[in-house]
Design a protein around this ligand. Structure first.
Ligand SMILES: *Cc1c(COP(=O)(O)O)cnc(C)c1O
Length: 572
């Protein structure tokens, strides 16, 4: 049976994009951070560019949590339940995956990412909340990054194995499978089942599996240089949950002898591998010796990440910019006053918003530093407070700061970071005003990245694979002040597109030294260069805003990224 709503999508072979999280819009809370928002930007650009795409993810009816923070800075996690039926439709077709010896039934919700340019991409959200399933299995698609490793492996089986089966059942023909991180790597095993060689008796079982055929179909993007960021499962767990699905002996050759490393599995069965920035590609090659890992540096969806006031200015001076971000090369045609006025409007809106939600009175004319990202240790949200007396001396009366970020419910260190920031807010009250905006999501992100004056980024090298919020800031003429890691190594020209913090990317010392060295450089530049330029040399400041747009946004957008995936990964 052909399902009417997808009929027109199954005529042409597609690139199937698999991602554990996808950030499509704030009211579909099925993303937790950068990985999901990047997946959303990928699909938005693919739609604008009319690429033949279909995406697969899980429905997460309980969403990712809403964050509330009490007076002491303790994070409280509230459920983010939502109703998919208000935004998407179900297909009647069902598939099953055998988990712990029993079939788990899966149905699909279908949402369309539509572009004003006519492109339209179906996104398949897999759902196990069906009457055929046991109560436990019904919950398998409830929570993003919730539960234990049992739960996670089952989710990955639904995504990878169930996802391929669902695409087939719905009638899609697939010409490439793109795994956005290792969570979907089990799809390679499902493809091996599909491409078994037609040989009768073999002396070595591995000969019946056509690895080369599957490799031709697969593209794998790795997203983290953090060892713990690569999913690993024991063979015991695998056998308990998926035993009999694929021979363990062969799997050990593909995914590792000791445990199943999902990244390794993806690597071994993909013809094209890449990291998400040049440095990250190189770091990943060191982590996985013997593999050729390319680099396609991330980008963000220009239209999505530009404030209303800047959009108006771009429409006036650079018509067509949204679908051709290369036009930012002509940013110099925008008069300084108009660029500044558009920025000031975004800033005014942000400060009004902060007052309404965080009840902190900030000043429209004061230099405003923004920092927002997942609250997790390596991002070092507290580096700015490394020497709080020094910060007080440099910043009193001159700066104000806006923070946001959720800590993963199990990330104790991340939660402590938020508590620390709350204590600094108290400590500096009346001298440096600091607001913490709760419940960071795509909507809050747009307000912040467009409304502050400078975007601060202080990850511990080399742990930031790419980072994307700084690219969003650049789209709004907000200059970056960042450690040289991830994309900023490629986007940074000192004093021109923004400023660096700390040493060149190659000089990496011990963590403790790095905190001191980076913090000292941060204070030095803030005091001697950045604050004075902001207040005393508006012309230079606006020139740098132009450079952020003309050099950073010009390049670090997802249209460029997708064109590179097409020419380097998909059509090879
Ligand atoms: C862009 C974005 C991120 C990613 O920010 P990084 O700078 O890569 O850490 C995370 N969360 C939300 C809500 C975003 O919009």
């Amino acid at each position: 049976m052909i399902i009417p709503i997808i009929e027109k999508y199954i005529k042409e072979p597609k690139i199937a994009y698999f991602s554990m999280e996808i950030g499509l819009r704030p009211d579909i809370p099925t993303y937790s951070g950068g990985l999901g928002v990047l997946a959303g930007d990928t699909l938005r650009s693919a739609a604008d560019l009319n690429l033949p795409f279909v995406a697969v993810t899980l429905i997460y009816r309980k969403g990712y949590f809403h964050q509330k923070i009490d007076d002491k800075g303790h994070q409280i996690e509230l459920p983010a339940e939502w109703d998919p039926s208000l935004l998407m439709t179900t297909a009647p077709e069902k598939v099953t995956v055998t988990i712990e010896g029993k079939p788990v039934y899966i149905q699909a919700w279908i949402y369309f990412v539509e572009s004003v340019r006519g492109g339209n991409i179906p996104v398949i959200f897999l759902d196990t909340n069906l009457p055929e399933n046991t109560p436990e299995n019904r919950g398998l698609t409830d929570s993003l990054y919730g539960g234990d490793e049992n739960y996670r492996l089952k989710q990955e089986a639904i995504l990878g194995i169930g996802g391929v089966r669902m695409l087939r059942k719905l009638g899609f023909q697939i010409k490439k499978y793109h795994m956005n991180e290792g969570h979907a790597a089990l799809l390679t095993l499902e493809l091996l089942h599909e491409y078994k060689k037609d040989i009768e008796a073999v002396w070595d079982e591995s000969y019946i599996w056509d690895f080369e055929a599957v490799r031709d179909f697969c593209v794998f993007t790795t997203h983290t240089p953090v060892e713990a960021g690569h999913d690993k499962f024991s063979y015991d767990l695998y056998n308990r949950i998926l035993g009999g699905y694929f021979p363990e002996k062969v799997l050990r050759k593909l995914a590792g002898e000791k445990y199943i490393n999902m990244t390794l599995l993806g690597f071994n069965l993909s013809k094209y591998l890449n990291g998400v920035a040049k440095k990250h590609g190189a770091v990943s090659e060191n982590m996985f010796p013997g593999y050729r890992i390319n680099a396609i540096t991330n980008g963000v969806h220009s239209y999505t990440w530009t404030s209303e006031s800047l959009k108006k200015v771009y429409d006036k001076y650079l018509p067509g910019w949204a679908n051709e971000p290369e036009l930012f090369v002509r940013v110099g045609v925008i008069p300084d006053e108009e660029l500044w006025a558009a920025h000031f409007e975004a800033k005014r809106k942000l400060i009004d918003y902060v007052k309404s939600v965080a009840h902190v009175d900030l000043d429209y004319d004061k230099f405003t530093i923004g920092f927002a990202r997942r609250a997790t240790a390596y991002k070092r949200a507290d580096l700015l407070f490394y020497d709080i007396d020094k910060l007080e001396r440099i910043g009193t009366g001159k700066i104000q700061i806006i923070y946001a970020g959720k800590a993963h419910p199990k990330d104790t260190e991340g939660k402590q970071l938020i508590e620390k920031i709350f204590s600094y807010i108290q400590r500096l009250k009346g001298k440096i005003n600091i607001a913490f905006v709760q419940d960071y999501d795509m909507e809050v992100a747009l307000k912040l990245i467009s409304g502050v004056d400078i975007w601060l980024n202080t990850p511990l090298r080399p742990l930031e694979a790419s980072g994307t919020s700084g690219m969003k800031a650049a789209h709004n003429g907000v200059v970056n002040f960042s450690v040289l890691d991830g994309w900023w190594i490629e986007g940074h020209i000192e004093g021109y597109t923004g400023w660096s913090i700390g040493p060149a990317p190659t000089d990496v010392g011990s963590d403790k030294d790095m905190n001191r060295i980076d913090a000292e450089d941060l204070y030095k530049k803030l005091e001697n260069i950045i604050i004075p330029t902001y207040y005393n040399d508006r012309k230079t400041w606006v020139r740098m805003m132009q450079n952020a747009i003309g050099k950073n946004a010009y390049y670090f957008n997802s249209h460029r990224m997708m064109r590179r995936y097409v020419t380097e990964a998909y059509i090879r």
